[in-house]
Design a protein around this ligand. Structure first.
Ligand SMILES: *Cc1c(COP(=O)(O)O)cnc(C)c1O
Length: 423
């Protein structure tokens, strides 16, 4: 019998290839994207969608922002990588820009978020030994229940998510997990003199945009300062205008170091989705623990990433993305609140700026099929909006911050229609 050659659709071919040759460490929504512009992405058949994930808030500036494309092309043709064996003509300018932009004295450049988290942990431990006087190898870092800080062995060592951690031991010691959004729990843990740092997300994005009480972060900062413990904000997802501020953990106008995080970790939108760029920001005193040879990365601080990141920050500033996220976030949540009021299975909307989530009640249809956040995301896809479910009952909504009010309203109509069809 002659072999039957099946003509696959472009979508099915892409999915089959990833499935056959790629490790199955993700469970993507079945849509194959081919291009993007601003708040929109297009699939391989030319169908347009609102992107309400923004690559986990990496694409705050919108897909293929023309200014970022331009500097990336220019820098790619000029010089891309020098290593830190030499100085390059961009890194110094970038370091100045990022420090002034976020209000810190020093930065250390890395590439991915996880690398920057690792950097911050190393910095905190060394500070603990050299400045706080903790005995060798006794330093502890406090982290929170439900945290997400990345995927390296040391980072999953502090995870409380069984899927992130299971099967990957033995784990790195020196972490203590405390309850999130719980000041008494933090106060108690801070009594241990071996604690060098508290590493925390101002909103737990991967937990489902879990948003703590408004006074949690300021109180936590004050408690850490009182105990001579570094407060380290993981702003990889919440930072760079996403929540209606440059940094979620501190108002833009706050200049008092006593009320600001001792260190901030940035990645994702630092390069507007063009290129992996991450950084740790801190004071001279804290960052001073790093001396030549104690830490590094071949690509960290490369002129390509540095140039893109400078432009990405300029876009945030000049296009008023902070104010836009704050204003349109309120519009979005008030539209979602209407769904919460109208449908019993829509439980609540939460978030800040344009980092929000809708919590639904996962159900079973009369025919026994599941009706979870996943099925609702499939409906949203069919109606032209992409979002990703977490934990079976939560959908995160995080569009690029260049979105307009008209677009927010159109997206809200798509969500409302999908919820109606789902009811
Ligand atoms: C995405 C993320 C990370 C990890 O960043 P990668 O670039 O994926 O390594 C760490 N912390 C938070 C809060 C994140 O959202």
């Amino acid at each position: 019998m002659p072999q039957i050659t099946r003509s696959l659709t472009k979508t099915q071919r892409a999915i089959d290839l990833e499935d056959k040759y790629g490790a199955h460490n993700y469970h993507p929504l079945p849509v194959v994207l081919d291009s993007g512009k601003g708040v929109f992405v297009w699939d391989v058949d030319g169908k347009r969608y609102y992107d309400f994930l923004s690559a986990y808030s990496a694409v705050n500036q919108g897909h293929c922002h023309p200014r970022l494309v331009k500097v990336m092309q220019e820098q790619a043709a000029r010089m891309t990588l020098t290593s830190r064996a030499f100085y390059n003509s961009v890194l110094g300018e970038y370091a100045k820009t990022v420090c002034e932009f976020f209000g810190y004295e020093k930065m250390l450049p890395m590439n991915t978020g996880a690398e920057a988290v690792e950097t911050a942990i190393k910095m905190a431990r060394k500070w603990g030994y050299e400045k706080k006087g903790i005995r060798t190898d006794q330093a502890k870092v406090l982290v929170c229940e439900g945290n997400f800080h990345g995927r390296t062995i040391s980072i999953v060592s502090m995870s409380t998510d069984p899927a992130s951690q299971g099967g990957f031991g033995p784990f790195t010691p020196g972490f203590e997990v405390i309850a999130y959004d719980d000041i008494p729990a933090l106060e108690k843990a801070l009594e241990d003199p071996n604690v060098c740092a508290f590493l925390v997300e101002p909103i737990q994005g991967e937990k489902g945009v879990y948003t703590p009480a408004d006074d949690y972060i300021p109180k936590a900062i004050a408690a850490c300062k009182a105990h001579n413990v570094l407060f380290i904000a993981d702003e990889i997802q919440t930072g760079i205008a996403r929540t209606g501020r440059l940094l979620c953990s501190v108002p833009d106008e706050e200049t008092d170091p006593a009320k600001r995080p001792d260190a901030v970790i940035l990645a994702k939108a630092l390069s507007g989705g063009m290129y992996p760029v991450s950084a740790v920001l801190a004071s001279d005193e804290v960052m001073g623990v790093f001396t030549p040879g104690t830490h590094g990365s071949t690509y960290g601080g490369n002129p390509m990433g540095a140039r893109i990141a400078m432009e990405a920050m300029a876009v945030v500033q000049e296009e008023n993305l902070t104010q836009n996220a704050d204003r349109l976030g309120r519009v979005f949540r008030s539209e979602m609140q209407k769904l919460v009021d109208a449908y019993p299975f829509v439980k609540l909307v939460r978030g800040k700026g344009l980092l929000n989530a809708l919590v639904i009640e996962a159900r079973t249809a009369t025919d026994g099929s599941p009706k979870t956040a996943w099925e609702l995301c499939i409906l949203l896809r069919d109606n032209g909006l992409l979002a990703k479910p977490t934990h079976g009952d939560i959908i995160r909504f995080a569009p690029p911050l260049v979105i307009t009010e008209v677009q927010v309203m159109e997206a809200c109509n798509i969500i409302a229609l999908s919820v109606k069809q789902f009811a």
